[in-house]
Design a protein around this ligand. Structure first.
Ligand code: KG4
Ligand code: ZN
Length: 344
């Protein structure tokens, strides 16, 4: 197999198709992004109020070759110069994942270069290595996306200790479901974020769910139900609903718990740096609250730029580079693992 070790630099081609973004990127030495092409299907799924798996797979098939070609031409790199291929193999929608995996396998086989399967959650964490070239483990990472809510102690490159996670809905999922109940468009997170700026976050007291004493796990389904109950009760009583206030009060309940548990986890693990990752990391209220609290508690705080928060292949390429360096290479039997967990 080609791709000798100890080269001056390595070029990674990476692919991400776990949900509703078809993306390909080219990276140099894992942290320098030469191109990062993201073709989003949001407008297509909007009509259905959420991602339709079958439609997502078909769109990935239509887009994947175009996106890869754009990533290579944008980076001014010939496919033959690529050293290894990284691809998301889970967690995600099985049909969507298989499109990226099949494409990556075909290229790795044809070019005779290593194939590196990447965990999507690890990709989100690695987005921060691209954003801040000096960031090094250990640190504590709060991963918040449409499918995941994790507090992760990143002990070293590729070494993850999960300290807490959601027991039901992911944060992004709660944003999307509450938005839907308010008659707002998909994805709900950005809309609720925007409306919250115009609302009163103390208008309605929604529950802050902390679970058992000392637990670093999360639960958002009770909060979601509480918002739905509030809306039903207002409607039954024919009382007005101020959407901005509901959005701001809901967002505040989410942020309070996320921030409190993140600070607690950082103190427990004795790290000095807190890092934010995932689609919900784009939330302006969450960023602001963590900025203030980390300043008060004297932690360094890092978060990715908006483009690196939501799904993209550059973050997968970065994770693939570190996996490759550690010899974590996949074979051509690599399959999609829809419920893949982030291990130690
Ligand atoms: O990471 P991501 O692109 O996909 C998954 O891996 O799930 O995250 C998508 C999620 C959606 O639930 C979306 O509503 C949420 O991220 N999101 C936000 C914001 N931007 C995206 N949630 C809150 N505030 C935002 N500004
Ligand atoms: Zn994601």
């Amino acid at each position: 197999m080609k791709s000798p070790k100890n080269k001056e630099y390595y070029l990674t081609l990476s692919i991400e198709t776990s949900c509703d973004e078809t993306s390909a990127a080219v990276l140099k030495n894992g942290r320098e992004v030469l191109s990062n092409i993201v073709s989003t299907q949001i407008d297509i799924h909007k009509k259905f109020g959420g991602v339709v798996p079958e439609v997502a797979s078909r769109k990935h098939v239509e887009n994947i070759d175009i996106v890869i070609e754009e990533a290579l031409s944008g980076a001014k790199i010939n496919l033959k110069e690529i050293d290894h291929i990284g691809v998301t193999y889970g967690p995600g929608l099985v049909g969507a994942l298989l499109v990226g995996i099949s494409s990556a396998k075909a290229m790795a086989y044809a070019l005779d270069i290593p194939l590196v399967g990447v965990n999507h959650i690890e990709g989100h964490i690695c987005a921060n290595y691209i954003e801040d070239k000096n960031l090094k483990p250990p640190f504590l990472c709060l991963v918040v996306s449409g499918g995941h809510t994790h507090l992760v102690h990143v002990k070293d490159y590729g070494i993850y200790d999960i300290l807490g996670q959601t027991r039901d809905d992911a944060v992004g999922e709660a944003f999307d479901k509450v938005a839907r109940a308010l008659g707002l468009s998909y994805p709900g997170g950005p809309v609720i974020d925007m409306l919250s700026k115009k609302g009163n976050k103390a208008a309605i007291h929604f529950p802050r769910i902390y679970l058992d004493e000392g637990s670093l796990d999360f639960s958002f389904s009770g909060l979601k139900s509480s918002v739905l109950n509030y809306l039903n009760s207002q409607r039954q009583k024919e009382l007005p609903i101020k959407v901005e206030d509901v959005a701001a009060s809901f967002q505040e309940a989410v942020i309070k718990v996320l921030v409190d548990k993140t600070i607690k986890a950082a103190k427990q693990t004795k790290v000095d740096t807190i890092v934010l990752a995932g689609g919900v990391a784009a939330n302006s209220g969450l960023r602001e609250a963590l900025l203030q609290e980390t300043k008060k508690e004297k932690f360094h705080f890092k978060y990715p730029s908006l483009k690196l928060c939501t799904d993209n292949a550059a973050m997968i390429g970065c994770a693939a580079f570190y996996n490759y360096q550690q010899g974590k290479i996949s074979d051509l039997y690599l399959n999609a693992v829809p419920n893949l967990k982030l291990g130690k």
